[in-house]
Design a protein around this ligand. Structure first.
Ligand code: GUN
Length: 292
């Protein structure tokens, strides 16, 4: 069993991005600038956005954090997005999800200019992704592809089971793995809450991506020998022994599943760190117009 080390690979990805940004600047280009909008004070969202801002500075990007009150109106949020859309200094915009219940998430995502949608959530970018056209790829599946690529994991012709059909992770992941790319060329089964024979499907899988948000869901009896297991779960679970009062748990029962795997991602230290690297990559591409 080999660990897919998100810390190691994201550091390499970040170094590459940093060098590309310097090169771009030396060729007369501008410093990449990511603007993040955070609504309310959800603890997990605060942590993620703070990490995104810190990582921008690590690679020499400019970042702006726009904080809005929990009770901000949809109109006000839309006006903030429009300001960033028209601000020529801003290259990438992200609105941290989830949003408060009174705000229509789809309306907000649709308001972000597709050219600045570094989360890759806008219908234009999702449409391009489905067609295999250059686009911003949602950061978590993009990060997973970078991880598979780094370890040169042979995915062609393999059966990949993706558990979870979210617009942010599961669905785009299933599309990327099925594309005629390297990594890619998998036969993909996309499973969800209504899937009947999940265990049997998982037992047929060469690659499993667990992205359903249920700690410890994927157990050893669901995994065949030598499978590649990617754990996207990052649920906060109460843990009095931790200073923060919680521990981060993945969707995989790591202790029992890991011995059966050829490769597996740890939590923390796996996919989460790659997500940030992928977001920075999208932001760099927004500036250099590379691959778009
Ligand atoms: N919430 C959970 N994951 C994400 C993400 O990748 N982007 C944004 N904007 N919000 C999220």
């Amino acid at each position: 069993m080999q660990l897919l080390d998100g810390k190691l690979v994201s550091a390499a990805v970040k170094e590459e991005i940093k060098q590309q940004a310097i090169l771009h600047k030396n060729n007369g280009g501008k410093q990449p600038h990511l603007a993040a909008i955070l609504v309310g004070n959800n603890g997990a969202s605060e942590t993620y956005v703070a990490s995104k801002v810190k990582n921008c500075s690590d690679v020499g990007f400019k970042s702006s954090l726009v904080r809005l009150e929990e009770n901000v109106s949809e109109t006000e949020l839309l006006a903030t997005i429009e300001q960033l859309n028209t601000n020529a200094d801003v290259d990438g915009i992200l609105v941290q999800l989830p949003l408060p219940k009174h705000i229509h998430e789809e309306k907000i995502i649709n308001a972000i200019s597709p050219e600045k949608d570094v989360d890759g959530f806008h219908p234009v970018n999702i449409g391009k992704l489905v067609l295999g056209l250059p686009s911003f790829i949602p950061a978590t599946p993009f990060g997973i592809m970078l991880l598979l690529k780094h370890y040169t994991i042979n995915t062609a012709g393999k059966h990949a089971v993706v558990i979870g059909r979210s617009n942010i992770v599961g669905r785009p992941m299933s599309i990327l793995l099925s594309q005629n790319t390297e990594p890619g060329n998998c036969t993909v089964t996309l499973c969800h809450s209504k899937t009947k024979n999940l265990k049997e499907l998982c037992l047929q899988a060469d690659i499993i991506v667990a992205a359903l948000g249920k700690p410890g869901f994927l157990t050893a009896d669901m995994v065949k020998e030598n499978a590649v297991v990617i754990d996207v779960g990052i649920t906060r679970v109460k843990d009095e022994s931790k200073k923060s009062g919680f521990a981060i748990k993945g969707d995989v029962d790591f202790e029992n599943v890991a011995p059966k795997c050829s490769y597996i991602t740890p939590v923390p230290g796996g996919v989460g760190l790659m997500t940030i690297g992928a977001l920075l990559m999208n932001t760099l591409n927004a500036v250099t117009k590379n691959k778009l």
